[in-house]
Design a protein around this ligand. Sequence first.
Ligand code: SIN
Ligand code: FE2
Length: 217
Amino acid sequence: MTPGLFDEAPTPYAAPEAIASGAVLLRGFALDVDEALLQAIQKVTATAPLRHLVTPGGYTMSVAMSNCGTLGWVSDRSGYRYDAKDPLSGKPWPAMPACFADLALRAAAEAGFDNFHPDACLINRYEPGARLSLHQDKDEGNMAAPIVSVSLGLPAVFLFGGLNRNDRPARYRLVHGDVAVWGGPSRLAYHGVAPLAEGEHARLGRQRINLTFRCAR
Ligand code: SIN
Ligand code: FE2
């Protein structure tokens, strides 16, 4: 049996699940808007293609990335930063789709963070084997605003640690439609994604797509 095909009975959203002070999982929160999100992702990535960025240390990331919104997160040999322009095209990133902004606002409010109006959305595409090592989201100018993270496609193991790199992270299985929100005392928590397992998602095939919404300015 193909892993991932038959074990994903989507659970409709019920209530926030606290994972740390200021951090919650909203399981199934994005399920009822998944088609709109996927169509918007198609549109954004047709203009600003997913690409494998290079880290300042010279490694090519296994996760492919793109952005929408007024700012986009980029990495190259000179460092990490937010940039108003896509370095591939030299043009502004595609605008934030209304269905993205709406979901991010509602998810943040559900987690206790009102008036969340992100100016940046990083789109991450994982294929089996791709991973994101433990890191803090600390390039944003606004640390009062949370991070809202939406999972689509294949399941992943999300690692969520503490404020010190050495804190052993807890592991949470995130599936299609799940949303994680971290802010307040957890805003700078270390987090990452374990290597994606092989699988075939009914709608997205052999990939996981993650959206993270940030107030970068
Ligand atoms: C991120 O930390 O930017 C992405 C997290 C994820 O893919 O779940
Ligand atoms: Fe992150």
